[in-house]
Write a protein that binds this ligand. Structure first.
Ligand code: TYD
Length: 135
C-alpha cells in the first residue's frame, strides 16, 4: 500500500540525542500543516477516517502507539515506539491510531491545510469509493 516507516537521522550525543526531518527530504511531501496529539489516556484510540488528498507523516515523539492502515483490501499495523521513526501514510488510506501509552506524544505532518471536506469518516463509504476507483 506504499505506506512505510522512514528512519530519521540520529545524531547521538552524550548530552542527549537529536533527530530531524526536512520538507521534501525525509518527509516525502511539501508540509502544509503540523499538529500533535497529547494527553491521550493510556489505551485510548483516535483517527478512524481516511483523507482524500492529505498525505501524512507521523512520529511518536514520546511513548508508543499503533497505526492501523487499510487500503480497502489489506490491513497493516505499524507500531511506533521510537522518536527516530516516521510513518509515511499516502492519501486514500483508512487509518486508526490505537493503544496509546500513557504520556505518549504523536507529532503529525500533513500535505494539506485542515479541511473538513478532506475527511471520509464512514468506512462503508470509504470501501465504496475504493471499489469505484474514486479514491
Ligand atoms: P480529528 O482529525 O477528527 O481527530 P481524530 O481523527 O484523531 O479523532 O480532529 C479532531 C478535531 O480537531 C476536529 O474537530 C477538527 C479539529 N482539527 C483541526 O481544527 N485542525 C487540524 O489540523 C486537525 C487534525 C483537527
Amino acid at each position: 500500500m506504499n505506506a512505510r516507516i522512514i528512519q530519521l537521522p540520529r545524531i547521538l550525543d552524550a548530552r542527549g540525542n537529536l533527530s530531524f526531518a526536512e520538507n521534501l527530504n525525509q518527509i516525502p511531501f511539501e508540509i502544509k500543516r503540523t499538529y500533535w496529539l497529547y494527553d491521550v489516556p493510556g489505551g485510548e484510540g483516535r483517527g478512524g477516517h481516511a483523507y482524500r488528498e492529505n498525505e501524512e507523516f507521523v512520529i511518536a515523539l514520546s511513548g508508543s502507539f499503533d497505526v492501523v492502515l487499510d487500503d480497502g483490501t489489506q490491513k497493516q499495523t505499524f507500531q511506533l515506539n521510537r522518536s527516530y521513526y516516521g510513518l509515511y501514510i499516502p492519501k486514500g488510506i483508512w487509518r486508526e491510531m490505537v493503544n496509546f501509552s500513557t504520556n505518549s506524544l504523536a507529532l503529525e505532518f500533513g500535505s494539506t491545510p485542515y479541511s473538513q471536506e478532506e475527511y471520509i469518516r464512514d468506512y462503508e463509504e470509504f470501501l465504496k469509493l475504493k471499489r469505484d476507483g474514486k479514491l
